[in-house]
Write a protein that binds this ligand. Structure first.
Ligand code: HEM
Length: 720
């Protein structure tokens, strides 16, 4: 790679009248297209020198040929805002496959210009404006909260990229695109292969092309499906779109689906991971954000400036022109290096400092001009969702091991970031569901060391666990003999899933399409045990092996569901059928029997393990307001509207600024995460939204999760 790390200046431009700048500083010796150049922080110094010497310079790369490099904010902004002088339809990234660019030019948003670009942009715009994107909030917010709760409850370090930052943009974009749940993992993996730039040679290029072909195959199938059964999603909308009266061709639809995946997944993951890293390295900044969540909006912008996930965008000069103090010839390629522009000291005071309250913050992380990122609003929302959920729950973020940067000259960011999260001790870990046998916030010594697994994990070692251990027979093992089993001591837990290289699950499940960590099993005292389902779309079934046909379903996202069976078989749906694990609880097994209610206590005051709610939370206030009419007048079936709940709660100091979107979000969250109602099918003929509310109210009242005393949490009702 040493050879390719040379930056060579071209003398051919010196024949021009305007001087041709060179970056002369001693350490500027890199090939700017070298993907490994951006895997450490040293390149920032290169940018700093370059900005000081030549905002626009001719650079030569062994990998990508010759091109102009633009490294300052003013000149970078100028290029992207002069779309007739600097066009995109010759390719918008260095080393793009020329045949691919020719096939996509004028048909894919990011490599189109003028009227063709406007036509395609109009079709996309409706899906990415603030209103459309806001509709994602309830589901996305709930998923982010549930994932954070799960990670916190686990109490061990994890790979933030695999388990959090790459998931959030997938949840959002796959939802928008209407990608069926069962295809999502495979598609996500193919995307990773399509953008794996670590091998810039022909073999790497062939692998990337093959992956793009598979992505087209996926979307081709989806397009066929949506033509038959249109849904409320982008693929259906593209299939029906006819801008200026002309429908989009199949190629145009597939290219633009690919374009959204290219634009929308890794970029956002990099921004989120970069944010976690900065908050881990600067705990005082994290503390400040937690103390003043009003800073989240400026924090989001600073995260975008600071991480600048898009490394460059390319243009081709359509005419002889002048940029800064250089003359550019028609046909020359021009690369704008966004991270350098976003640390330009002429625009950003103290550019190498992460300032959470930086304002104004005119970064160009999303580009500018007609190609301004169509997903900018969505990205801001995603980052905001994560910050909003994390400030409430996470006291500290700690990095364990090395933060590994991904080799690429196009997108910059982390490929591995192992972190540990300390729960907010003001509220304790918000696992939110089920009782904890360790109800107090965990002590420091308990957070981090991970599960204790008995010594007989695989292949025959006999159990040396004590009779109070939970014994799990591994997939494919013989549950009766003790071969291939793990023991889990009380108050410890084990994870299961396909794992990742360097981050295996405790119990390996051989399912290439499954989640790296698909769930966990926790042993409590008295033989009680809990199962968590961290999959996106698979319901696990736990059967009572002692007969009776009893079983419980564990829906996706369900945390710490208590299992009342001493001998149980867990079925995990997988790509090749089902995988089974058996669990043997120590006897006496059923800890529910030990739970005794005081005769005179209101049973509702004992929290039902399956529906643990936090009466101090805002969602609980929303639930009480939702149930209020039926609590006050049991004979009524009335369910208040969103607007009525907003009016009912807004006199409370904690709800002064509660919005309709927030109310809907909380209801969705309760339905999905707290009561599991979201995972049931509405009876036929019932509309989704109102059915959901009725189901929430009915569950809450039936299980006495809210009762009349809770009405005191609401403001005094106005006299009618
Ligand atoms: C941190 C997150 C993101 C960053 C840093 C980012 C960055 C950018 C940049 C710099 C451009 C301009 C490219 C150019 O000038 O040639 C762009 C365009 C684009 N981005 Fe993003 N992006 C992000 C997220 C997203 C998301 C979430 C989506 C979609 C779901 C998306 C889809 C697109 C598309 C389709 C374009 C082409 C727009 C056009 O040509 O009109 N991006 N993005």
């Amino acid at each position: 790679m040493a050879n390719s790390r040379r930056l060579r200046m071209d003398s051919r431009k010196e024949t021009m009248k305007i001087r041709t700048p060179r970056w002369t500083a001693g350490r500027v010796d890199a090939d700017l297209a070298d993907p490994y150049l951006y895997t450490d922080e040293a390149h920032r110094e290169m940018w700093r020198q370059a900005r000081g010497e030549h905002p626009v310079a001719w650079t030569e790369s062994e990998l990508a040929g010759g091109f102009w490099s633009v490294v300052t904010h003013a000149e970078g902004s100028e290029v992207i805002r002069r779309p007739t002088s600097f066009v995109s339809d010759q390719g918008m990234r260095l080393q793009a496959n020329p045949a691919g660019v020719r096939a996509a030019a004028g048909r894919m948003l990011v490599v189109s210009d003028g009227a063709e670009h406007r036509r395609l942009r109009g079709v996309h715009q409706a899906w990415f404006n603030a209103r459309s994107v806001a509709a994602l909030v309830p589901t996305l917010g709930a998923r982010v909260e549930a994932r954070l709760d799960a990670l916190l409850a686990r109490g061990t370090a994890f790979d933030a990229i695999a388990e959090l930052t790459s998931e959030v943009p997938r949840w959002a974009l796959f939802d928008l695109l209407g990608v069926p749940d069962e295809d999502q993992d495979e598609l996500a993996r193919t995307m990773e292969a399509a953008f794996d730039d670590s091998d810039p040679g022909p073999a790497g290029e062939a692998a990337r092309t093959a992956a793009h072909t598979r992505i087209f195959g996926h979307f081709g199938d989806l397009l066929d499906l949506r033509r038959e059964e249109p849904g409320d999603d982008i693929v259906s909308a593209l299939a029906e779109a006819a801008p200026d009266g002309v429908p989009l061709t199949d190629d145009e639809i597939l290219l633009n689906c690919d374009g959204l995946m290219n634009g929308g997944l890794e970029t956002t993951s990099h921004a989120l991971a970069g944010a976690l890293l900065v908050f881990a390295r600067q705990p005082d900044v994290w503390r400040r954000l937690r103390e003043d969540p009003g800073l989240i909006d400026t924090a989001v912008e600073e995260i975008l400036r600071w991480t600048s996930p898009a490394l460059h965008a390319l243009r081709t000069a359509a005419e002889d022109t002048v940029l800064g103090d250089v003359r550019i010839a028609a046909g020359d390629r021009v690369a704008i290096w966004y991270p350098s522009c976003n640390r330009d000291e002429k625009v950003f005071a103290d550019p190498d400092t992460f300032r959470i309250d930086r304002r104004p913050n005119p970064h160009i992380a999303f580009g500018g001009g007609p190609h301004y990122c169509v997903g900018a609003t969505l990205t801001r929302l995603e980052v905001k969702c994560v910050l909003a959920a994390a400030v409430e729950r996470v006291a500290e973020i700690e990095v364990e091991g090395e933060a590994v940067r991904r080799p690429s000259n196009f997108l910059q960011g982390l490929s591995h970031l192992r972190i540990g999260l300390t729960p907010d001790r003001r509220t304790g870990p918000r696992s939110g569901c089920g009782p904890r046998s360790d109800p107090e916030p965990r002590s420091d010594s308990e957070v981090g060391p991970g599960p204790e697994i008995g010594p007989g994990p695989v292949n025959g070692a006999s159990s040396s666990g004590t009779s109070s251990d939970l014994r799990i027979a591994l997939p494919g093992a013989d549950s009766g003999t003790g071969t291939g089993t793990v023991e889990v001591r009380s108050n410890q837990e084990v994870t299961f899933g396909r794992g990742l290289i360097g981050a295996p699950a405790d119990i390996s499940v051989d399912d290439p399409t499954g989640e790296p960590i698909a769930g966990r099993i926790r042993a409590a005292e008295d033989g009680l045990w809990f199962i968590t389902n961290l999959s996106r779309a698979r319901t696990y079934v736990v059967e009572n092996e002692e007969g009776g046909g009893e079983y419980v379903c564990v829906p996706p996202g369900r945390l710490d569901m208590p299992v009342p069976f001493a001998h149980a078989r867990i079925s995990l749906p997988s790509s090749s059928g089902s995988t089974y694990m058996s669990v043997r609880a120590p006897t006496p097994a059923n800890a529910y029997a030990a739970t005794s209610y005081a005769a005179d206590a209101d049973p509702a005051a004992q929290s039902d393990p399956a529906f643990a709610l936090d009466p101090r939370s805002k969602y609980f206030l929303v639930l009480v307001a939702l149930c209020e009419p039926q609590l006050r007048t049991p004979a009524t079936m009335a369910i208040p509207s969103t607007a009525e709940i907003v009016r009912r709660l807004s006199p409370l100091a904690s709800c002064r600024r509660i919005s309709p979107a927030a109310v809907n979000f909380h209801i969705e969250y309760i339905a999905r995460n707290k009561l599991g109602v979201r995972n049931q099918q509405p009876p036929s003929g019932r509309s989704g939204g109102n059915w959901l509310r009725q189901a929430v109210v009915s569950t809450a009242l039936r299980f006495r999760l809210v009762w009349t005393e809770h009405l005191a949490l609401l403001p005094v009702a106005e006299a009618r």
